[in-house]
Design a protein around this ligand. Structure first.
Ligand SMILES: C[C@H](O)[C@H](O)[C@H]1CNC2=NC(N)=NC(=O)C2=N1
Length: 113
């Protein structure tokens, strides 16, 4: 199935209420393409990765790159950051769950690091 091929080569689909929600099995399968630090939430509605950095400037530079990526893909993460850390969560708000877009963006985030 196309949506399980290399995530970094895919573009996010427009986020609409009719997007397919991933089953827990599909999420687990897609998660294999991501950095090991990505965690699927117990209710299969979001994925999160916590990243550490040295200092604050590197975090801010990373968050700016993340913003550029989110605008390009029209798919936006929830981000929590401060001195030395950044935590990113992807969920698809339009369906209150996980879609392939979350995994496409997560794979592209891994590519930034
Ligand atoms: C019109 C626009 O593409 C949509 O509102 C997008 C924007 N970014 C989004 N980001 C996320 N994470 N979920 C969405 O449902 C979503 N919808």
């Amino acid at each position: 199935m196309a949506k399980f091929s290399d995530l970094t080569q895919q573009k996010c689909l427009p986020c609409k209420g009719d997007m397919p929600t991933l089953t827990p099995e599909q999420s687990k399968e897609l998660n294999k393409q991501l950095h090991l630090d990505w965690q699927i939430s117990d209710d299969n509605t979001s994925i999160t990765r916590a990243i550490t950095f040295k200092g604050f400037t590197k975090v801010v530079l990373f968050v700016n790159a993340l913003s550029w990526l989110a605008e390009k893909e029209q798919h936006h993460p929830d981000v929590n950051f401060g001195y030395g850390y950044c935590t990113i969560t992807f969920t698809t708000h339009a369906i209150n769950g996980l879609s392939v877009n979350d995994f496409i963006c997560a794979a592209k985030v891994d590519g930034l690091l």
